[in-house]
Design a protein around this ligand. Structure first.
Ligand code: FES
Ligand code: FES
Length: 165
């Protein structure tokens, strides 16, 4: 498979989860395990450009496919616009849910570049945060909305530091 633009190849046990493969074999520890039961969304990555919970995918199911993790979003030293929006809006406290939140938010914005607050909350319902109360996470997605959010086309500009809508 391709992980963050680099080809990787291994023999793995059929039962190995994609998240285990990414962390233990490829060293992509930015993708984290919060529950291991497909509830929390902390392990969210992109598989061929769409978000998946990588604890709910076998590593062998990604054979021949393209995986993007939180570590593959930054381009040329620039944060991805959604990463920048999370930073600008202080949309994290402990940060444990943040990789999954960002990967899911990018997928959400690719589908709906100008979501309402209700649509953002619905789009993120599979991602749990124990810290923030979600308000600043929603603000970050609102800030990022309307800018290029593709995980494969590199970073663009944010719609304005600290801006809210
Ligand atoms: S670790 Fe995958 S959903 Fe919680
Ligand atoms: S910032 Fe701590 S779990 Fe979300």
């Amino acid at each position: 498979m391709t992980v963050d633009g680099e080809k990787v190849s291994d023999d793995v046990e059929p039962r190995m989860l994609l998240v285990q493969y990414l962390r233990e074999k490829v060293g992509k520890t930015g993708t984290v395990i919060g529950c291991d039961t497909s509830n929390c969304g902390a392990c969210t990555v992109h598989l061929d450009g769409r978000s998946v919970k990588s604890c709910n995918v076998l590593a062998v199911q990604a054979d021949g496919h393209e995986v993007t993790t939180i570590e593959g979003l930054m381009k040329d030293g620039e944060l991805h616009p959604v990463q920048a929006a999370f930073h600008n809006c202080h949309a994290l406290q402990c940060g444990f849910c943040t990789p999954g939140m960002i990967m899911q938010s990018i997928d959400l914005l690719n589908d709906n570049p100008s979501p309402t607050e209700a649509e953002i909350r619905l789009g993120l319902e599979g991602n749990l945060c124990r810290c923030t109360g979600y308000h600043n996470i929603v603000r970050a997605v609102q800030e990022a909305s309307g800018v290029s959010t593709s995980s494969t086309t590199g970073a663009g500009s944010t719609s304005g530091a600290g801006a809210t809508s």
